[in-house]
Design a protein around this ligand. Sequence first.
Ligand SMILES: [Cu+2]
Length: 651
Amino acid sequence: MSSYRKACAVFVGASLAFIAAVAAAEHPLDSLRAHEYTRATEILRAVGHATDATLYVTIRLDEPAKDDVLAWREGDTIDRVAHVTLRESADLFEARVDLNAGEVLDFEAIDDAQSGILLSEWTLAQEIVKSDPDFQAALAKRGYTPFDPDQFNCLPLSPGYFAEEEFEGKRILRVQCLDLEGTRHHVYQRPIEGLTAVVDLLANEVLQIVDEDVIPTPGISGNYDEESLQPYRDPMNPIAISLPRGPSYTFDGSFVEWGPWRFHMRMDRRRGIVVSLATFDDRSVLYQASLSEMWVPYQDPAYGWFFKSYFDAGEYGFGLFGTELHAGIDCPAHADFYDQTLAVDDGVPYPTSKVMCLFERPTMTPVWRHAEGADGSHAGRAGRELVARMISAIGNYDYVFDFIFKPTGAMTVSIGSTGIDIVKGAKAAHLDDDSAADETRFGALIAPNLVGVYHDHFFSLRFDLDVDGTENHFVRDRIVPRDLADDHVRRSIWAVESTRVRTEAGAQLDIDMRAPEQWRVESTNARNAMGYPTGYALQVSSNALPLLSKDDYPLRRAGFAEHHLWVTPYSPEELFSAGDYPNQSKGGDGLPAWTARNRSIEGTDLVLWYTLGFHHLTAAEDWPVLPTHPKTVTLKPHNFFDRSQVINLAP
Ligand SMILES: [Cu+2]
């Protein structure tokens, strides 16, 4: 336990004053407050469900029933229930703790599942590996004598699942180390390639060391803040955006209000920013939106790489690794920044600083305009939008996660991938070197002696849409070619065929440019002025699908990525598209399992699950830092209004 205490101490730091200052929740969807984390652990201890040895995997708000939240009015009592996932050594439990009544509502054992990786296990894995004599001997073979533990950073890599009999039922991590000598900040540039340890986190021992080949450790090429690496260009003149009358939004800690938009915002340890109860002119658009899961599978069969298939939300925590945002770089200088409190392994409140920001920005593009030649007139409005942002740094990658609200009634989710490519050490420094052909079969030489291994990024987004209420249909608007009669001078046109989808199986859909369609949710009863059902459509942009075979474990465990879209009837326990426990999962959990029932999605409360992905073909420009690569999806009104929402913007 000592290592775990040490890890927590680092994160908890100081800030008791901050904890005391946090006010009570003002809305049923507000994040758990610092004192509520503490109270949850105290209640569990009082009834004997927790001890000093308990590890708290997550303590999160157990959201009240949706009907209750929708019916809640200011002044009503606020139910506060914590959903706690906890471990006693290998045993995993889930509890629901009523913080108002001071009682445990449910407590159940979770069989055959592994929790996500805890902060304390990052430290523990390092200690186990560095103190193992065989691992030290493998390092000595590479010239690392005498052994200096401080020279290495060892990564606790989620191990995947491959039905390896020797690891069955064990809680394992695969650990690889990096040489830190000469590195500044960029700790990934000197991989000790070909050396992997499999660690048992419960027995505190190394189970296996796989030593593939001795590859000389690459030199220094990634110290991105050393000007000698690449001399700075002449600075350009500054750009400043000023808000002489302050921002046009307000955020009271629960709700953000900006023009016609109003939404609740909080931080979740696993999902990151959660937007709830989003309305436009008091009409409901969505009940909740957030990241549900992420999956990053690498495409190299070598032992050191085959298992890399990370579920960053469920295995590590997208919110937990939300980083402090810096004004002028991460968010504009005029942004507002917000702290949030999470909880770490020992249940102690973990205050985070400036992990969310809000800002308005000019789009620099007119939101509409028209210049009329007939009378020489010009009219239009400048565009602006509101951004709610967090940036999660999970190991080498940083993900800039934005909710972007627009005056048109549209809302975009943008996820920008940046940070650092994880690299494979290579003998080749140039493509002409003897080993280069072999070493670049599954990646590109992105710097001398460094191969950027090919991989994918898939983000699973959960949109619980409530278009003018909770009773909605899901509609496919197919754009279909039509041949015209032989006597027509035009041979063909296209038309729209709209079909309501009745069950889940009919709503597992992929983007196909040869058979384009719009995916739309419409109200069962509300109509716009022309009589159309009010609706919101998904506006998709470039995307990807996995190319792995269906019997390949990484894909079996990430079934959500098999389709760009899934639609399910709302179910409060369905939050995580690869299942509640993706770490070492065997596959089939989450969306594939839920939708196997083929439930009705007609005239009911709907959840849209959108998978957003890209194949990362690595290249020299990835090194030593990755320029931010954004991927987006937009929810846009489609007959939700009676007319454009931008002509009423004041000039
Ligand atoms: Cu990538």
